[in-house]
Design a protein around this ligand. Sequence first.
Ligand SMILES: NC(=O)c1ccc[n+]([C@@H]2O[C@H](COP(=O)([O-])OP(=O)(O)OC[C@H]3O[C@@H](n4cnc5c(N)ncnc54)[C@H](OP(=O)(O)O)[C@@H]3O)[C@@H](O)[C@H]2O)c1
Length: 449
Amino acid sequence: MLRIGLLGLGTVGSGVYEAISTGKERLKRLLGEEVEVVSILIKDSRKERPNVPQELLVTDFESFIARKPDVVFEAIVGVDPAYFYVSYLLEHHIPVISANKELIAKRGQRLHQIASQAGTWLSYEASVAGGIPILAALKNSLKFNHISELQGILNGTTNYILTKMSQEGKSFSDVLHEAQALGYAEADPTSDVEGWDALYKLQILAYLITGSWEYSSSFTCRGISEVQAWHLKAAQKFGLTLKLTACLFRTATGVEGRVEPVFLPAGHPLAQVNGVTNAVMVTGDTVGQLVFQGPGAGKHPTASAMIEDFVFGHQQFKTGCFPAHPGRFASSEVPAPALDSNGTEQKNGAEKHQPSRHHREDYVIAFWQQTKGQREVERLVQNSQGEWLYCEQTEQFGTGLLRMTDARWREELICCPEVTLYPVLINGDEWQTTALESIQTDVESPAYT
Ligand SMILES: NC(=O)c1ccc[n+]([C@@H]2O[C@H](COP(=O)([O-])OP(=O)(O)OC[C@H]3O[C@@H](n4cnc5c(N)ncnc54)[C@H](OP(=O)(O)O)[C@@H]3O)[C@@H](O)[C@H]2O)c1
């Protein structure tokens, strides 16, 4: 019999407990042996847990370990004390299935080393995009492909907030309160709203794609707290919708990652991903573009990811096939793009059809408040060799669509607090040839140029 331990019995832990309790026959068929939950570590013994036998619950790690679990599901929050528990378990040859993205993003490298030295395994499908089996797809079904780019909506809370703001014209704070009341946002929403939750997930994806943790410390992160309802409304005239995206792409020197709000044209595969749904778009050199979409959080989808992870890991480990290190190529093998004499990336196969990253980043939407913002945006455009495609101003506010030919606009932006800029992420030429042409019939230069 396989003895199961659960660290945590909150939203995710209780989903795992339910799935194991009701799915014992299925698990026996898949694993060839019985499974039984023998120990559950919680923090607060006063909480009511009507569906769980009291004798399974413990409040200290020593008692948890004393029940001798063979496999442990970790579903508590944050790095401490989760790191201590998981490293102890791995050191003692006990496999761990984790949902804890912060733990894996910050301590994954060390935990993999410990697992590898102890000859056991660590898996964390549920830590990225909830029920979507994106890590399994990258680990098992995209081994041959070189992944050139990944774009995703990895945080359901912020996607819910932006969807509601856009569809109902409500303010950020009103929608945030609604989301909290519905249980879609935490009482402390900082990690979601500031983009950290999506950043942890992007760092984990970067490891799966490159086999290295070395790039993730340089990834940049910008959340949605500065987004205002009028930004979304103003951009609708360009056929654009705002999403908090997590993007990973190859550069000449390695891998770059960004979490930030970007405008997407209606034809972009992520533009219609609404509410708490997550999606991940992966571009491989042989397969082309793939889009994975589904529930990014919640009790049952996350439990599903953990149980599938467990079944797969256990079966693989039994047959001796579980890789100690899931990355497909070491960092030194990350293929650098071939550049021609003008520094333009040369593409082959399926990649040929994708516009280059630099090309996509040319378009930016600026919002500012008069009159200081007006001067700032003009300075920014000049310093970044920008070009106005559209500008509209009222006495108080300004909106501009710009084409930036120098990527330094990002650095300039930091010194420009009166202006809010969002990149436009284009997936193909459709938006340029239709939306831009129609806008250009109506081009106005800013009055002050
Ligand atoms: N919620 C989701 O949809 C989702 C999706 C994907 C990944 N995740 C990740 O899954 C993990 C769990 O999330 P959740 O939503 O289930 O959180 P949660 O509802 O807050 O549950 C956390 C559980 O951990 C227990 N716990 C907290 N600190 C502990 C400690 N020091 N020692 C022992 N137990 C402790 C809590 O005990 P008490 O019950 O006694 O308070 C609770 O049972 C997090 O890392 C989260 O990022 C969540």
